[in-house]
Write a protein that binds this ligand. Sequence first.
Ligand SMILES: Cc1cc2nc3c(=O)[nH]c(=O)nc-3n(C[C@H](O)[C@H](O)[C@H](O)COP(=O)(O)OP(=O)(O)OC[C@H]3O[C@@H](n4cnc5c(N)ncnc54)[C@H](O)[C@@H]3O)c2cc1C
Length: 474
Amino acid sequence: MPKIVKLSQNFNVLQFVSGEGLIKRPYRRNTNMQEENILIPEKPKLNRIRERIPKTDLTRVVIIGGGFGGIELVRQLSKQNVQTVLVDKHNYHSFIPLLYQVATAGLSPGDISSPLREFLQDNKNFHFRMAKVKSVDPEHKRVITSSGFLEYDKLVIATGSSTNFFNNEQLKKNAHKLREISDAIELRTKLINNFEEAIQADGDEELEKYMNIVIVGAGPTGVELAGAIGELRKHVLPKDYPELDFSKLKIWLVEGTDRVLPSMSERSGHRAKRYLKKFGVRLLLGKFVKSYDGELVTLSDKRTIQTQCLVWAAGVKPNNIKGLPEGSDVKGRIKVDDFNRVWGAKDIFAIGDVSYQESAKHPKGLPMLAPVAIQQAKRLSENLIAQIQGGEEKPFMYVDKGTMATIGRNKAVIDAPFGIRLGGFLGWFIWMFIHLFSIIGFRRKLLVFSQWIWNYFTYNRGNRLIIKKDLEDE
Ligand SMILES: Cc1cc2nc3c(=O)[nH]c(=O)nc-3n(C[C@H](O)[C@H](O)[C@H](O)COP(=O)(O)OP(=O)(O)OC[C@H]3O[C@@H](n4cnc5c(N)ncnc54)[C@H](O)[C@@H]3O)c2cc1C
């Protein structure tokens, strides 16, 4: 109910609850203004998120984010007697490591994405709500969302990370990114559309901007994307556009450090560099992008490249949530202890990319990788149950099972535990099976596997679709 409180001789305060929580709005008392004329809905329209989530005696665990960490937690808690509410701004989970294959027409979006409501099917205590979480109110144990607020007993923040353009608004506006399914579809559209425009280019000078593709960041995403575009150039595009000379298509990979795959071992970095060169990818190491206006890239050494397509794969930033205690923010990540408890907060936990957890091996925080999020979710589910049912909580310990990156068909590099370094066809074969095994659901595994087999033997990419509005509508 809206409430009007006298603040001073001249001011009143109007108090009401909205999707943002309790709002206090002071206003000047005015003889012309009738208080009863202020229209405040009894039940704010926005506060819908709680509808149809039953109030039970069960502990309510609210999880923000249905990424790798969030869905693993849902899976684990589905075996327990708790009420789980998952809130995500999307209604699906995506297998992010294969986004680059969607962007290069090797897979379709549905092959690597699963609806989050699939988890409902065998768990009556699980609820999903599609909403964007805006902030947390630890005092009242609520999350504030785009659809109202929701009470929790235990809250887990698993909001992951997003692309970091380092406050460069020009880049943000003109560059492509690769973090979500929609980014992959946009990039695929750009890449294929690029050649539809190239074939109609007026002379060699205009053609130039279509025949340069620039990828920034030689981490796993940049390297895998460069390799996949190299595949397209070699096997697919010349058949689709026989009137164009694809020996002139240049794939540039720009990296600020002096090596490829800086987060992996030197040996894997060298191997990847060799594979990329074989593929004809042009490496520009130790260079930064200064500007990109949508047509021209300028690098730190003043080199300029004309391009219609620049992909930014050079940084990620955590998706932090407002309202957490001061001091819990470490470079945008949420500081947690060994039990994933958020620093200074009660009953709030954070896992995955958004969390900042130090360990003896990782004094600057655990890496932003899917296995970290999954392992943290598994341990946290045990600890939550120990808290609810009584039992001993155990600290989290990250088990590093290695990292890998693939470069086109038949080539991959793997940094496995105990200093084992693999590459070439064996690396690629292992990469393929680990990724296939990690995709959710048997149907999707089968879909991806069959498409890979088809692509491998036919040298084809069947998803070369330009998905955008009718040209006349633009
Ligand atoms: C292109 C690319 C390739 C990668 N390849 C690999 C790889 O090969 N191997 C590997 O280990 N790691 C890889 N990673 C990293 C890996 O994807 C992340 O470490 C992992 O996704 C982290 O899991 P998470 O659960 O913390 O967050 P995510 O999986 O990012 O999930 C976060 C979820 O939170 C939701 N969300 C965010 N903010 C809000 C909000 N305010 N309200 C509601 N919902 C919200 C999002 O919609 C999303 O569903 C890659 C990353 C990228 C970008």
